[in-house]
Write a protein that binds this ligand. Structure first.
Ligand SMILES: *Cc1c(COP(=O)(O)O)cnc(C)c1O
Length: 400
């Protein structure tokens, strides 16, 4: 339909050089600015997925560019043999935003943050006679073996067992099922405050609070995986703040570094000192450049009032989609700038392709759900442009 010589050539080289685990992605991106991105053939897109909820400030944000450039020109790496100011500032900044006594461990990715949380929970379990874990069906916690053992999606999990942790899965959102599964032998409950990869699925009201009560009653740690939901994505710094519930352990990554790789595992109160000297580590985790990037992200969200902005334009986006009457459109779910367009048929791949043809990057997350997680800086005009284009995109996806 479109001439894409540079994209086609690069895709062929990608296919020949890489393991086939990703397939060949449909667009070869060359550069970005704000919420716009251009492919290697020069086609412009409005980026409504932000590198999977990662590019919180959009592309090439001046504050991120300045922070990363200055830091890489000063000190790029220390390892954990030496400490540096950006990591200390970042940990202090996170603790300030969380507003409760806690300690931080910095990682390079989401799955590593969950590995840290799981190791910490295993140690807690061993010292208190608790040998199993509870997680939710369809949960996604990462691809490394510890995090994968907590991941409740058989298609990505089953062939890689047996796993290092005994994990029992319960239906997400069902507080009674959770209550039945969590006994005094359960070391920890791992939950996403809203499930991300499962399809941007918020739980029923009160579920997270019920999880807190169940963990308090049994002594299990409550681990909130906020790798996708935090750092302003839902219109709050952290999604658990919607429920006013503090977990024992919190994991972060994706949006924290605005595109630079960084994650965090935060332990509140006694959970902050379960790891003793020598128990865990990372050579790159919290490196100065990524820490400087994360500080720039947090400062910019604060300075530019992006939490309010996310609530306003997130509501505009959700209401705009909900107001469309189309046979392929069932509705919209999610919070803030983190939404799923829910379809009446399994045509999300066709919607993604039609959106791409119309100049919008979206993500076919589930067969019947399309994920939107745009940069937090996306403008009201850009949202309006997508909402205006969506009926024709749905028409094309329905006819294909
Ligand atoms: C993306 C994600 C992870 C894994 O993060 P990686 O950086 O890809 O390892 C874990 N948990 C949740 C909720 C996620 O969305």
């Amino acid at each position: 339909m479109y001439e894409r010589p540079a994209s086609d050539a690069l895709s062929k080289r990608f296919e020949a050089a890489f393991m086939p685990n990703y397939g060949v992605p449909p667009v070869a991106l060359a550069r970005g600015e704000g919420s716009k991105a251009w492919d290697v053939d020069g086609r412009e897109y409005l980026d409504l997925i932000g590198g999977i909820a990662v590019s919180s400030l959009g592309h090439a944000h001046p504050a991120l560019v300045a922070a990363v450039s200055a830091q890489v020109a000063t000190l790029a790496h220390t390892s954990n043999l030496f400490l540096h100011e950006p990591e200390v500032l970042l940990a202090e900044r996170l603790l300030g935003l969380l507003g409760a006594p806690a300690r931080v461990f910095l990682t390079n990715s989401g799955t590593e943050a969950n590995e840290a949380a799981l190791k910490l929970a295993i140690k807690y379990g061993k010292s208190t006679g608790r040998g199993y874990f509870v997680a939710a069906e369809n949960a996604f916690h990462g691809r490394t073996l510890g995090a994968l053992s907590l991941t409740g999606k058989p298609s990505i999990r089953d062939q890689f067992g047996p796993f290092p942790a005994d994990v029992r899965f319960v239906p997400y959102g069902d507080a009674d099922a959770l209550k039945n599964a969590v006994t005094a032998e359960c070391a920890a409950v791992f939950l996403e405050p809203t499930q991300g990869e499962a399809g941007v699925v918020p739980p029923p009201d009160g579920y997270f609070r019920a999880a807190r009560e169940i963990c308090d009653a049994t002594g299990a740690l409550l681990v909130a995986d906020e790798i996708q939901s935090a750092i302003g994505r839902t219109g709050h710094w952290f999604a658990h703040q919607h429920d006013g519930v503090l977990p024992d352990v919190l994991t972060l990554a994706k949006g924290l570094g605005g595109g630079m790789p960084i994650g965090a595992c935060v332990g509140f109160g006694p959970a902050g000192t379960i790891f003793a000297k020598g128990d865990h580590g990372s050579t790159f985790g919290g490196n100065p450049v990524s820490a400087a990037a994360a500080l720039a992200v947090l400062d910019t969200i604060d300075r530019d009032g992006l939490l309010d902005h996310v609530r306003t334009v997130g509501a505009q986006l959700a209401e705009g989609i909900a107001a469309i009457d189309h046979p392929l459109l069932k509705g919209v779910r999610g919070r803030g700038l983190w939404l799923a367009i829910v379809l009446t048929a399994d045509r999300s791949a066709q919607v993604q392709a039609a959106a791409q043809h119309a100049g919008f990057l979206v993500n076919a997350l589930q067969p019947d759900a399309v994920r939107l997680a745009p940069p937090l800086v996306i403008t009201s005009e850009q949202i309006a442009a997508f909402v205006a284009a969506l009926p024709a995109i749905l028409d094309e996806a329905a006819d294909d």
